[in-house]
Design a protein around this ligand. Structure first.
Ligand SMILES: [Cu+2]
Length: 307
């Protein structure tokens, strides 16, 4: 749990407390239907907020995020409903269940950066429960004589604005951290990294494990040296062969049997690493394969894209 998650969950807890206190103070002013409506609105929005947050946080474990979010939604909805009576409790519980479930599913499916705005939207909707209560509390047919009543919503709004701006600052840090983690993991997960050692050479690292290449696509630039490394993690031998127009290879002893012009061939025995350098001279899409019998057929094939 990062700062951001704690910020949102803490806000929800605080909000629940405020809503319950306000509901207890004003409960005589609400009719049953209004109490039900408030509980429903509050339970649903708290469930949705917590759901999206936890769904994103625990992506890949929808069961956990759903159970937790439904629990939070039910807790908020029923606590709010308790102030108004049994019907409101039921309404709050059902809305909390539904909000938590839908929120978790939503969180599971969207990206972290997309979740931020949704969480904020639902958080604002949850906060607006207080406004709804203030509006519903106003007796029907009552006319507003002075402009004093404006003070309350204005002060409430400014408190909310400060709160949300403060929250945004935390959010930015959170997104930056996540973005950093993402780019880091992206870097290590895809073993094919086209990074330039200097301005001229491009490093490509390809692994073979469980009869598969670690990537199905290699992107390189034309007329720039490509340093290709094949790391064989399997117990059987693998190789890589690419028929691509290229400059003659000058890799000396490391270079195995790529004597044929325009054929890149790199062979790695079990648990070994081999490297060669070549320079593609024409852009296009070329197939790379493992020439060990049966390997290509079982999926050891990919594309080299020269641009
Ligand atoms: Cu193979």
């Amino acid at each position: 749990m990062g700062n951001y998650q704690l910020f949102v969950l803490g806000s929800l807890a605080l909000l629940t407390l405020v809503v319950v206190i306000v509901a207890i103070i004003w409960k005589r002013k609400f009719r049953t239907m209004q109490g039900m409506m408030i509980s429903m609105y509050f339970g649903m929005n708290v469930g949705l907020t917590a759901g999206v947050l936890l769904g994103v946080t625990y992506q890949g474990n929808l069961f956990l995020s759903t159970i937790l979010s439904m629990a939070i939604g039910v807790l908020a909805g029923s606590l709010c409903g308790l102030c108004f009576g049994i019907l409101s409790v039921l309404e709050g519980i059902m809305a909390g269940l539904m909000g938590g479930m839908m929120g978790a599913m939503l969180g599971e499916m969207i990206r972290v950066d997309q979740s931020i705005s949704l969480i904020q939207l639902f958080l604002i909707l949850s906060l607006s429960t207080i406004f709804i209560m203030a509006i519903l509390k106003t007796p029907r047919n009552s006319r507003i004589h002075t402009k004093k009543w404006l003070l309350k919503p204005i002060s409430l709004s400014s408190i909310m604005a400060v709160y949300i701006i403060g929250g945004n600052l935390i959010v930015e840090k959170y997104v930056n951290t996540i973005g950093l983690e993402l780019s880091k993991s992206h870097h290590s997960a895809t073993t094919t990294s086209t990074e330039s050692l200097d301005s001229e050479s491009q490093m490509i690292v390809l692994e073979t494990v469980d009869m598969k290449y670690s990537t199905k696509e290699i992107n390189v630039k034309k007329d720039r040296a490509v340093n290709l490394t094949l790391t064989n993690l399997d117990q059987i031998e693998h190789d890589i062969e690419i028929k691509v127009p290229s400059l003659p290879i000058d890799n000396g002893p490391q270079h195995n049997h790529g004597t044929e012009k325009n054929v890149i061939h790199l062979h790695a025995s079990p648990k070994s690493t081999k490297t060669l350098t070549f320079t593609p001279t024409e852009s296009g899409v070329y197939e790379f394969i493992c020439t060990v019998p049966g390997h290509r057929e079982s999926g050891m094939v990919g594309l080299l894209i020269v641009s």
